[in-house]
Every structure is written in C-alpha cells, then in structure tokens.
Design a protein around this ligand. Sequence first.
Ligand code: SAM
Length: 282
Amino acid sequence: MNYRHAYHAGNFADVVKHVVLTRLLDYLKQKDKAFRVVDTHAGIGRYDLSSLEAQKTGEWQGGIGRLIDASLDARAGALLAPYLEAVRSLNPGDGVKKYPGSPLLARHLLRKQDRLSAIELHPKDAARLKAEFAGDFQVRVMELDGWLALGAHLPPKEKRGLVLIDPPFEEEGEFGRLVEGLIRAHRRWPGGIYALWYPIKDRKAVIAFRKALKQSGIPKILDIEFEIRPASSEPSLDGSGMVVVNPPFTLEGELRTVLPALHKLLAVEKPAHWSLEWLAGE
Ligand code: SAM
C-alpha cells in the first residue's frame, strides 16, 4: 500500500469527483428521510496543501487552485456552491491551504439524521481519520478492506444513500475489482446510488471497463469522462471518469451545466473532451 493521496489532493480529478459527490448529496438532502454515505476508500479526510507531498507535485494548483476564486456564471456557480462552501469552510481566509477529502466533504453536507461510514485500510490513514472524527456520533470510521465492506455493510439500515468507491489504482486488476465489487454490492442493494472513480490513463483498460459495465446487466449507469489533454504518448493521468449507478434524475442536466464550466478552467491542452454517456438505461 504505497499510494498516498496527499500528493494528489485537490487536483483536477479530485475536483470533478468531489463536485459529483456534492451534487449527489445535495439531491439526497431534498427528502427528510435519513441517508447513509459509505466511503469505501476514504483516505485521511483533511489535506494540507503546504505539505511536502502536495508541494512536490503542485497538482492542486491545476485543480482547486484554479477554481477557488474563478468567476462562474450564475447557474454553474449555484450548482458548485455546496462543494466550494465545503472547501471554504476549511479556509476561512483568502486562497486555499487545506483541502477536504471525500469523508470531510460528505460530513459537511450531512444533516443530523444522516450518517457516514468511512473505511480506510492503511493503518496510519485510518488512525488519522479516526482522530479527525473522534466524538462525532454521525461518523463511523473503520480500518477495513473497502472491497470486503461492500459485502458486509450493505444495504445500510437507512436503505437510502450513496456508496463512493475510490480505489488507488496502484495495483493491477483494479478495474476488474471495481466491476466485481459493484456487481456484488448492487446484488445486495440494488436501490443504492454508487459512484465509482477511475483514471483515464490506460485507454484500453477504460474501454474494457466500460464494456464490462455494459455487460453487467446493471441498469441505469451514467458514465462521466473528463479529460484535461489529449492522449499522452507516455502513460499519464490525462483525465478521470466517474461511473454513477442509479443517478438522481437531475444529475445529467446539472453536469451538462457544470462540466463545461470546469473544463474551461481545468483543461490544459486541446483537444481535450468531456462527455456524459449512458452505459445502461432503465
Ligand atoms: N476517497 C478519498 C477522497 O476522495 O478524498 C481518496 C482516496 S485515495 C484515492 C484511496 C485510498 O484508499 C487511500 O487512502 C488508500 O490508503 C486506501 N486503500 C487502498 N486499498 C484499500 C482497501 N482495500 N480498502 C480500503 N482502503 C484502501
């Protein structure tokens, strides 16, 4: 387990992932009924952008660094507000020095009836996450294998909510595990919303992943792709994707407003594309 998210926190891929996450949570909050967020690969929750790791890559400057003070049109601004407010809540002054990972973002958007299960396998990261949420009865942090949790922790007792699956992609076979994990989880809880992050780096692997999802028999799969440059000759993170299963009916329209605004800010080299595609319908 060598992957350290501190090198990448707040980069373009985090921004897109976290914007989608906040749109999903904003939708869940429209009904009073309680929901649960299950974050299977949670990380440490709070990232210091002045740390050696963050400074070494400077990736956040091409992500949240470009967005935080950008002028946005009114519709995109309104849809991005829950995300930007969560980021600003950690940065009371000017600029951005701290960045909230997925569990902190989710926690920021929970109401008193909602719950978060945050799962992290790396012992040090899990300890930091436990310290972050110490005494918070709405959050349960578990040092566990997130893939196992997909079996054991679903469906949640609330029977309403979202599962975020955001593995590090440091080992071979992660795309396969993602498809298998989703199929297993969906069998246990077909009504849950699932959000799966993936890198656009190895294009053949992405094509195979999308094909496997199409053949999975799971209905209502929306695929979001966001590239910041055309395919590089050397393997590099040219873009990122999010697969959302059972997306709220509002999500596609919202993303058609938000993604072009983000793309304008975050794309570094043309032609770079973003797209929304249904891999499976009703
Ligand atoms: N979801 C986080 C966010 O958006 O802020 C970032 C997560 S990072 C991409 C992936 C995390 O998964 C790392 O913190 C890593 O230690 C953890 N991890 C790796 N393998 C795991 C496993 N099998 N189960 C749970 N966590 C795992």
